[in-house]
Design a protein around this ligand. Structure first.
Ligand SMILES: [Zn+2]
Length: 86
């Protein structure tokens, strides 16, 4: 039983390490959604440092009104999800 426990924890450690090293290499892209409250125009762009939700963004491309950041999220690929639930 003792040996099995050690083997199992080593295996789990191995899996965790593999996952961590993979995360270091593949940085998931973070996306920022900016919305114009006036005309409803939506713009999705890469996350920039200093972005936060409800921050005033750049002017709207359609009506020139200041746009608002409504969402910041990390894009998770479907394959990653499958690997997580081992
Ligand atoms: Zn607009």
């Amino acid at each position: 039983m003792g040996f099995l426990g050690v083997a199992l924890s080593t295996y789990v450690l191995f899996l965790t390490r593999r996952r961590l090293s993979k995360l270091k290499i593949v940085i998931p892209p973070v996306t920022t959604t900016i919305e114009c409250k006036k005309c409803g125009f939506k713009n999705i762009r890469d996350f920039k440092r200093g972005d936060y939700i409800f921050k005033e963004g750049e002017p709207c491309q359609k009506c020139n009104e200041k746009m608002l950041i409504t969402a910041i999220y990390r894009e998770v690929k479907e394959k990653e999800k499958e690997k997580m639930s081992f």
